[in-house]
Design a protein around this ligand. Structure first.
Ligand code: PMP
Length: 386
């Protein structure tokens, strides 16, 4: 089976399971299928495998194995952290979240409101970054939790999570960072960033879908979203052994990739941006211009006058996948909330595309994409004139 698409510049939506991860997972589906909760030798073996994966992931994050709770992915991890914070700090009825959080956080606002909890948004600058002084202005003794995404999944902008974490703690609030788009792309070290909660998802870094983790800082009071005996009573349900093993292996593989991979991706991204911006036509880059505030794999570009959807479909016909905003909200054809929060108009946001590079991206893919864009934009101009 040929992988589709031929050129995948949508790796922020998801990534394929790597060969190494796939091989590590395979025995746990059929040969070693025991329930880790079973008091048998086979059960013990499965339990041990879960423990090994937990250790691999903890080394990847710079935390302790017991600070990790395996979940079904980023969405569950984010919502677990929020629900736990609201239950352990019942006297505080506000949560502060950045305007550029993922929909798995922002989408909770109406439910929370009905429950008497206010979700206050922290604005971002034109570069899509959260300014810590804005957090300091908004946080108070009513705030149970502050949530700021580590790397934004639409623009690649890196937030000053370490500083924001400190500000949240000064006000007695907890701090959650969604590191789904950060893991495997930028160094994530919980010894440097004193977050209370961190969310991640395996399928964004060459692990399988439907498995992720929530880091819960040791000593922090915690209430499970799904009670049960597994995960030291922090997340009920029979462990997804193949998924957990896959996540552990993906963490090991990512540690290796982080040595040289990001620099290679940044070069490819620069090549893409130079090529596309070189097409003129008022094409603009969205997000921070400061390299130190950018993850290496994402370029978000506006094509004034041409609907992003049209470009996306044309690229798709040429075997090139890109996206408009996050995959979770595409299909709804609403402008990206992230770009709107950065001050783009609806029209500008609708004419923007995200290009996200992955480990398999090569310079030929970039050149092919730039050439295709040149053709598509020229054809669009000609159609408009005639
Ligand atoms: N946060 C971010 C930043 C994401 O990009 C995603 C996935 N689109 C999620 C959370 C949700 O993760 P999952 O797909 O594992 O539920």
């Amino acid at each position: 089976m040929r992988p589709s698409p031929e050129v995948d510049l949508d790796s922020s939506a998801t990534t394929p399971v790597s060969e190494r991860v796939f091989s590590a997972m395979t025995p746990w589906f059929r040969e070693r299928y025991a329930n880790p909760g079973s008091p048998s030798a086979a059960g013990e073996r499965a339990k041990e495998a879960v423990g090994v994966a937990r250790t691999s992931l903890s080394e990847f994050l710079g935390c302790e194995p017991r600070e990790i709770v395996f979940t079904s992915g980023g969405t569950e991890s984010n919502q677990t952290a929020i629900r736990s914070a609201l239950r352990t700090r019942p006297e505080r009825r506000t949560i502060l979240v950045s305007a550029v959080e993922h929909s798995s956080i922002l989408g909770l606002s109406s439910d929370l409101e009905r429950e008497g909890v206010r979700m206050v948004t922290i604005p971002v600058g034109e570069d899509g970054r959260v300014d810590p002084s804005e957090v300091a202005r908004l946080v108070d003794r009513e705030t149970a939790l502050v949530a700021v995404i580590w790397v934004n999944n639409e623009t690649g902008t890196i937030n000053p999570v370490r500083e924001i974490s400190g500000i949240a703690h000064e006000a007695g609030a907890l701090f959650l960072t969604d590191a789904v788009a950060a893991c495997g792309k930028v160094p994530v070290d919980l010894r440097e960033v004193p977050a209370d909660f961190l969310s991640l998802s395996a399928h964004k870094f060459y692990g399988p879908k439907g498995i992720g983790a929530l880091f819960v800082r040791k000593g922090e009071d915690f209430r499970p979203l799904i009670p049960g005996s597994q995960e030291r009573k922090r997340r009920g349900g029979t462990e997804n052994v193949p998924g957990i093993v896959g996540l552990g292996e993906a963490a090991l593989e990512s540690r290796e990739f982080l040595r040289e991979g990001p620099a290679r991706l940044a070069l490819l991204r620069a090549r893409l941006e130079a090529g596309v911006l070189g097409l003129g036509r008022g094409i603009r880059r969205n997000g921070s211009a400061d390299e130190s505030h950018r993850a290496p794999h994402i370029a978000n570009l506006s094509f004034p006058g041409t609907p992003g959807e049209k470009i996306l479909l044309s690229l798709g016909r040429e075997g090139i996948a890109v996206s408009m905003g996050s995959a979770c909200s595409s299909g709804s054809m609403e402008p990206s909330h992230v770009l709107l929060a950065m001050g783009l108009s609806r029209e500008e946001a609708m004419s923007s595309l995200r290009f996200s590079l992955g480990r398999e991206t090569e310079s030929g893919d970039i050149d092919r994409t730039v050439a295709a864009l040149a053709r598509i934009l020229t054809q669009d101009e000609q159609r408009r004139v005639s």
